[in-house]
Design a protein around this ligand. Structure first.
Ligand code: GLA
Length: 468
């Protein structure tokens, strides 16, 4: 996780003039100044593991979200549309969620891994029931939330709930403050599997107490519920530095930046935030506890085909929760194919659970890398994303020597382009790999470490040896 600090940058060469003229830029990024690099890296990895054990503390032990959660969330696409009279097909209603649940199953989203369907804001009645419980708006959810959760479960999906730690949700509906115990019990009774707890109308300085308290109450119900927190986001807004180590012991995932909107500007700003803050964010992510850069907006109005691939690739390499927020009834086939791409999803769901790192950023070209299984001793497989944030029209060619991005395995790597599933062949550490990246697009590859079984004993395998 802290490997970047051991890299020594010898020289960088990425000339804008080359790119503009579309000649081949040779991007030599990182070189190492030691011959015993592998042995040193192995020792550093062990040391990093020990330090993390001592410093990171215990992870949340509800045993959930061992890989980034995947599902469908209403907010980005359907917002707070409560006008069922004029817009019955798109308003926040049980009908909408039931339809999306049907499609998630019938059109392959569930089998691709998207197994949660979640409410967001504006499902509520403005008042609690006489007995003090939260209740759904009766005209839009006539069967009630328990019935909706039962329906979702009958489809083999899990049911997600939205609430807010404060007195009101962001949309102005009742929040959970002063009702924490009742609401935790209600969620369990309804059969909730996932809780997104927002932070409007609350004091961010109280959240270090309030979010853990509610997390404990959820656990006390005995029903396993994935706990998604907006806690750090609201603290950062108020200039409070979040204690991510602690947050990771309480929440399975957490938001830390602005809401995503339907534009590349929004997606790009989130990518920048994650790159600029990676030394804080990478160490706190892992199985059971994830940074959440917000929903996938693929298939809506704002992203081109290339930008949609870029969001998918980046969310995969960041080990982000994958929550689609899109109208599954009308999504275009090519956008659906991006969301269902098994190769890219496998990188996101890789069991090592390592959040990827930006290792190069210059002249609008970025290289991101994420360690994935399998590993061979200190040599690891990796997903690499070449991201082109340039907008000057012509695709950009980028060349790297594998060794220079930390891929040093003696036996080399089998390299596969992931979106189209093209095998690019075997590359040795000193081979140069060239990709052509469209403007606001990506090329995403997986470099799988080669195994020479005749030379290597089983004992040399260490699948948990993540380096990035
Ligand atoms: C906040 C959250 C969003 C969404 C809205 C609902 O802005 O960050 O994800 O839940 O509230 O009002």
């Amino acid at each position: 996780m802290a490997v970047n600090v051991h890299y020594v940058v010898c020289y960088q060469q990425f000339e804008v003039s080359n790119i503009v003229n579309n000649s081949k830029p040779v991007v030599t990024i990182f070189s190492f100044q030691t011959k015993n690099f592998n042995a040193i890296i192995m020792k550093l990895t062990i040391l990093a593991g020990i330090i993390c054990f001592l410093v990171c503390g215990d992870a949340l032990e509800n045993g959930l979200a061992r890989t980034p959660p995947m599902g469908w969330l209403a907010w980005e696409r359907f917002r707070c549309n409560t006008d069922c009279k004029n817009d019955p097909e798109n308003c926040i209603s049980e009908k909408l969620f039931m339809k999306m649940a049907d499609i998630m199953v019938s059109e392959g989203y569930l089998s691709a891994g998207y197994n949660i369907i979640s409410l967001d804001d504006c499902w509520l009645d403005h008042n609690r029931s006489e007995s003090g419980q939260l209740q759904a708006d009766a005209s839009r959810f006539p069967s009630g939330i328990k019935a909706l959760a039962d329906y979702v479960h009958s489809k083999g999906l899990q049911f997600g709930m939205y609430e807010d730690y404060g007195t009101l949700t962001c949309g102005g509906y009742p929040g959970i403050l002063n009702h924490l115990e009742t609401d935790a019990k209600t969620f369990a009774e309804w059969g909730v599997d996932y809780v997104k707890l927002d932070g409007c109308y609350a004091d961010p300085s109280e959240m270090d107490k309030g979010y853990p308290e509610f997390g404990t109450l959820l656990n006390l119900t005995g029903r396993p519920m994935v706990y998604s927190c907006s806690w750090p986001d609201y603290q950062l807004d108020k200039g409070i530095k979040p204690n991510y180590t602690f947050i990771g012991t309480v929440c399975n995932l957490w938001r830390n930046f602005d809401d995503i909107d339907d534009s590349w500007v929004s997606v790009s700003s989130i990518i920048d935030y994650y790159g600029d803050n990676q030394d804080t964010l990478i160490p706190v992510a892992g199985p059971g506890h994830w940074n959440d850069p917000d929903m996938l907006i693929i298939g809506n109005f704002g992203l081109s085909f290339d930008q949609s691939r870029a969001q998918m690739a980046m969310w995969a390499v960041l080990a982000s929760p994958l929550f689609m927020s899109v109208d599954l009834r009308t999504i275009r086939p090519e956008m659906k194919a991006i969301l269902l791409n098994k190769n890219v999803i496998a990188i996101n769901q890789d069991p090592l659970g390592v959040q990827g790192r930006r290792i190069y950023k210059k002249s609008g070209v970025e290289i991101w890398i994420k360690s994935v299984k399998p590993s061979l001793g200190p040599d690891r497989s990796a997903a690499v994303v070449f991201l082109n944030q340039r907008t000057d029209g012509t695709p950009t060619r980028v060349s790297v020597i594998l060794r220079d991005i930390g891929l040093t395995s003696f036996f080399g790597y089998n390299v596969e382009e992931l979106f189209d599933g093209k095998n690019l062949g075997v590359y040795r550490p000193d081979d140069s790999l060239t990709v052509t990246v469209n403007p606001s697009g990506v090329v995403m590859i997986k470099c799988t470490v080669q195994i020479e079984e005749s030379l290597i004993s089983e004992a040399d395998w260490n699948e948990d040896n993540a380096l990035f």
